[in-house]
Design a binder for this molecule. Structure first.
Ligand code: ASP
Length: 327
């Protein structure tokens, strides 16, 4: 079994017209650094769980992505973060939602899983749990970035609540008001290790200008994150409410387990057919128990990448794979 990791940094209206060559290079470089971290864990014989934790930790630390530092703004002008992790070997899972002071929500989700008593902790209870576990806390304005602030002000001015991060980014870049349906930036990772174990992790600031207290698909096991050694590990990004209604991540696993669909067919059924049928936009990354990787999306672009242990690292942004970077 050759270990493999795949990552995403969100889907949405990501077009060449909106990204300067320099920004595009920054994204490729950031994705490559993240992949490298996860790949190294796997090459050193580490668990899939540690590889996805490392990758999502790095994505949270990178202000380019809507998770940890760089999280989007709520309607109230604050930041509320969600994260989850799942171990395909045991079906153990942990998640936190609506946290406002944890530097790395993914580490809190992992602690919740390891603690084993609960699966999902929210708000102040989640923060108290993480503090007691010794995790780092930050003031809410730690997550601030100028780019997300501009996105939010623009969304506010146009009355566009609940925008996907990269959609809001495109909106902020437009000189004139644009139509309502353009633009998303959650992060995630899936991995298979040398022992055949699968794991998935997802982390987000949610959608721009969301209502305070809104929870998306990212911290909900089965919706934005799922892993089962028998089938697949999945991490999603997109319009969270539709992923929740479809239980999108688990649906991929169910199509494989109950219908016997191969990985790519199961993923495409969910992303290209079932989600659009209810107005769902976004994508997912998935790795199956044999190490196949599939990363479909129904938007213009999705920040993504994958790497096998000992292999080269591939990063991509747009639909056309010509933009691929190699590390
Ligand atoms: N799925 C995330 C949410 O709804 C947003 C995203 O993927 O950008 O919170």
């Amino acid at each position: 079994m050759i270990p493999v990791i795949a990552i995403h940094g969100g889907a949405g209206t990501i077009t060449r017209a909106d990204l300067s060559a320099e920004t595009e290079r920054d994204y490729h470089a950031a994705l490559d650094r993240v992949l490298q971290g996860g790949q190294r864990v796997l090459e050193q014989g580490g668990d899939a769980l540690d590889a996805v934790t490392e990758a999502v930790f790095r994505l949270e630390e990178c202000p380019l992505f809507n998770a940890g530092k760089g999280a989007v703004f709520t309607h109230a002008g604050t930041h509320e973060l969600d994260a989850s992790i799942m171990d395909g070997r045991t079906l153990g899972a942990g998640a936190v939602a609506c946290v406002k002071t944890l530097r790395n929500p993914i580490l809190a989700a992992r602690r919740v899983m390891e603690d084993g008593r609960h699966v999902l902790l929210v708000g102040e209870g989640a923060e108290a749990f993480a503090r007691a576990a010794g995790l780092e806390t930050v003031p809410n304005d730690y997550y601030f970035t100028e780019a997300r602030y501009v996105q939010w002000r623009r969304a506010l001015a146009e009355g566009r609540a609940g925008l996907l991060d990269h959609d809001a980014q495109a909106l902020a870049a437009q000189p004139e008001p644009i139509d309502a349906d353009t633009k998303m930036g959650t992060v995630g990772a899936v991995a298979l290790d040398a022992r055949g174990n699968l794991a998935a992790a997802t982390s987000t600031g949610g959608v721009t200008d969301k209502r305070a207290g809104r929870v998306g698909d990212s911290p909900l096991i089965g919706a934005g994150c799922y892993a089962n050694n028998r089938t697949v590990a999945v991490s999603c990004t997109g319009s969270g409410e539709t992923f929740i209604r479809l239980l999108a991540a688990h649906d991929v696993s169910a199509l494989m387990e109950y219908r016997g669909l191969p990985l790519a067919e199961a993923c495409d059924r969910v992303v290209m057919e079932k989600l659009p049928a209810i107005g769902g936009r976004g994508g997912l990354i998935a790795v199956d128990a044999q190490g196949s990787v599939h990363m479909p999306f129904n938007t213009e672009g999705m920040y993504r990448g994958s790497a096998r242990a000992g292999g080269s690292r591939l990063t991509a942004i747009y639909r056309n794979a010509k933009d691929e970077g190699r590390g």
